[in-house]
Design a protein around this ligand. Structure first.
Ligand SMILES: C[S@@+](CC[C@H](N)C(=O)[O-])C[C@H]1O[C@@H](n2cnc3c(N)ncnc32)[C@H](O)[C@@H]1O
Length: 299
């Protein structure tokens, strides 16, 4: 029987809350020491479901971070951060986005996957505290951060509304909560035909892994129903083609394969995968998955 990411999330939530020193809302963020992820316990079972290595995921996350680079700059200007202020990335993964935050902010990364945190530690400057915990019960006191943000996280969290409420809880009055990018796989456009068929199978795989594949559609409603004001939401522009990594068809193909291979009927898809591979590098290939963003402020 296949274990879904949802079930893994549940297991992880229990094990993390059971760790000594990680009680919900108990950490004074000013007293966070620079913690090596290996000291925080946890496990890498989330990634065990995936075929990619942590390093391959990092390459993928760098690609996604490229898609939102301009938007992040634009939204961060709205927050009006001052040097020395605390910011938190929830679901910081391998640190692809965290590493782009100006060093003048006191940035903290939180993730439930220990191997991603370990990877982050290998390339992030040592002053970034990394915390191994669940987004649904973060071990921070209320109003600890000036900005709390996530990037391709809510897709994977078992209860996205609760995660955003938790992000608002740990954010100071007047501070911001941002979801930089969450996809809407239900509105995806894939062409020509074999790719459209595979896209539907990829959606099925993502669902079976526990993903909320329509999260992008629900982001506005989630932010508007959280205790946030001046909520602004929108859709990301289509990724630019200016950077080879951001438009790497080989990486896209690997991500698709990675999801398809998890399907119980993968062996039945061989013919359609063969047809898709033939058109993958053609100039009429289209793959577009709309992504939404949202920003709101704590009253
Ligand atoms: C798609 S990755 C994005 C990583 C990073 N934000 C980026 O964009 O590069 C999603 C991350 O969320 C983490 N994650 C998923 N559910 C979580 C939860 N309930 N609590 C904390 N982290 C979670 C995963 O371990 C993974 O590292």
């Amino acid at each position: 029987m296949k274990i879904t990411a949802q079930e893994i999330n549940n297991v992880m939530a229990k094990s993390i809350l059971g760790l000594s020193g990680f009680h919900s809302a108990s950490i004074d963020v000013n007293q966070i020491s620079v913690k090596s992820p290996s000291q925080t316990g946890g496990s890498s079972r989330y990634n065990a479901l995936m075929q990619f290595s942590t390093s391959q995921w990092h390459t993928r996350y760098l690609q996604q971070a490229g898609w939102t680079r301009k938007l992040r700059t634009h939204l961060l200007e709205r927050v009006d951060l001052s040097p020395g202020e605390r910011i938190l990335e929830v679901g910081s993964g391998t640190g692809a986005v965290l590493a782009t935050m100006p060093a003048s902010y006191r940035a903290v990364g939180l993730d439930m996957d220990i191997s991603s945190l370990e990877f982050s530690r290998s390339h992030l400057i040592s002053s970034y505290p990394l915390v191994n915990a669940n987004a649904l019960a973060m071990p921070f006191k209320p109003q600890s951060f000036r900005l709390t943000y996530c990037h391709f996280l809510l897709l994977w969290v078992s209860n996205p509304r609760k995660a955003v409420a938790e992000m608002a809880r740990v954010t100071q009055r007047g501070g911001a909560v941002i979801a930089f990018a969450e996809p809407d796989y239900l509105s995806r456009v894939d062409a020509p035909a074999p790719l459209d068929i595979l896209a539907q199978h990829q959606n099925a795989s993502l669902r079976s892994q526990g993903a909320h594949i329509e999260i992008g559609q629900n982001l506005a409603s989630i932010f508007n129903s959280t205790n946030l004001v001046n909520v602004h939401t929108g859709t990301l522009e289509s990724p630019s083609n200016s950077n080879a990594l951001e438009d790497d068809p080989h990486l896209e193909w690997q991500v698709l394969q990675n999801d398809l291979v998890l399907l119980h009927n993968f062996s039945e898809l061989k013919d359609i995968i063969g047809s898709a591979r033939e058109v993958w590098h053609s100039s009429d290939r289209r793959t577009f998955i709309p992504c939404s963003y949202a920003i709101g402020f704590v009253p």
